[in-house]
Write a protein that binds this ligand. Sequence first.
Ligand SMILES: Cc1ncc(COP(=O)(O)O)c(C=O)c1O
Length: 480
Amino acid sequence: MTTQQYGISEYLKVDEVYVKLNALISQPIRPIKREKMQEYLNYYDTKCKRSKELTDEAKEIIPGGVQHNLAFNYPFPLAMEKADGAYLWDADNNRYIDFLQAGGPTMLGSNYAPLREKVFELLRSCGPVTGLFHEYELKLAQLVQRFMPSIEMFRMVGSGTEAVMAAIRAARTFTKKKYVIKVGGAYHGWSDQMIYGLHVPGTGRLEAKGIPGGASSATEEFYPNSLSSLKRHLMFNLIRGGTAAVIVEPVGPESGTRPVPFDFNRKVRDLCDEFGALLIFDEVVTGFRIGMGGAQGYFNVKPDLTIFGKCITGGYPMAGGIGGRRDVIMCFAAGIGGAGERAYVGGTLSANPLSCVAGYHALLEMERTNAPVIAGLAGDRLTQGLQKIIDKYGLPFVTYNQGSIVHLETSGVMLLDLKHPIRLLKELKPRRNMMEEMGAAYMAEGLVTLAGSRMYTSMADTDEVIDDALARFDEVLSNC
Ligand SMILES: Cc1ncc(COP(=O)(O)O)c(C=O)c1O
């Protein structure tokens, strides 16, 4: 590796970011001018006819017409047909710069050819799955351990959601304690127990439709960055069953939508030690994106358990893994050497050769090419360019990045919370609509983002790609 090992060149001035974010949500929204928005909507009607046909037909058989939470639905979803490096092409052959990057796993760029070849080789020899052990399971586990020494043992599962479920189950089995504490607003997958305090801090079971109360009765949330609130939960739990684990996304919830101060993770670690709770780092997004050592390497904080997803299989399916302390992970022991009480995990396709070969070669290639740092520098260039555009037009919008995770808050909807319930009630809808419009406008300008407010850069994002993207952002933002 070169001198810089991590994709974050300078840590955020978190206080300054919050001053700007608070200013953004204290003022009226600045949406796109109506006539310009109409022009963008016309783009969809005239240039995306095949997508419209396909997704209209899909609506008849697939609820809502799309099956992915990250898909845009406004004005209608686009069907993608081709992916290569920094670009996507839709069913009408329109080209887009891809800052969604499938939600984050493709650090090498989309459909990276050398990785694809390794997957083809494996498919030719043994197919995607046998149900029995394959050497690539071992190779991937050893590689993860080399990058992150906290991973004494490692186990693959089917997704980040499953890995979180498994981690909580292991934590409860191992500690014999009950509660799991998460950060309000954080997303840790869609298991019954984690649909709690979702997206908006303080909302508890608001989104828990179809989930019986008991399923999340031992889940708690604390206000983002509030160590005193975390401590209160830990203390209170002492007298009613104890805290099995505290789970955090180390850059802050929702990929740092509410970023944490640099020493936050260290302080959470200290509180976990004080109260005998396990610390779980959800590195589904940050694992190998912030650097090959993950956010735990960057912040130099050792969690007891780590959740992997996305990059763990380089963009190929069944992206989920859990690793950490030997004594805790041994709770899963299947096959040889299982001992003690067992925390049940399963999955017909868990740890299949296809996922493991893809993960192994993706990680090796990311190390060889220094992809996290290259993508991080692209994130810096994008953020700096966006800031210049915001300043040029005197907009209240906020942009910041943690390496290759770039935030562009224009509507501020993600920052609303129950501390200001009247504002939340009044502004949720218009701000959410604005975010949707921004996403649709970026897309019409040839830019795919995550929900119109977040972008992931990859190794494929050369200066040329970023500068092209900035010209497109300029066009949208000049019309706000
Ligand atoms: C931080 C975090 N944890 C967990 C998950 C769930 O992972 P999966 O979608 O693989 O189930 C996600 C998904 O985006 C995530 O961002």
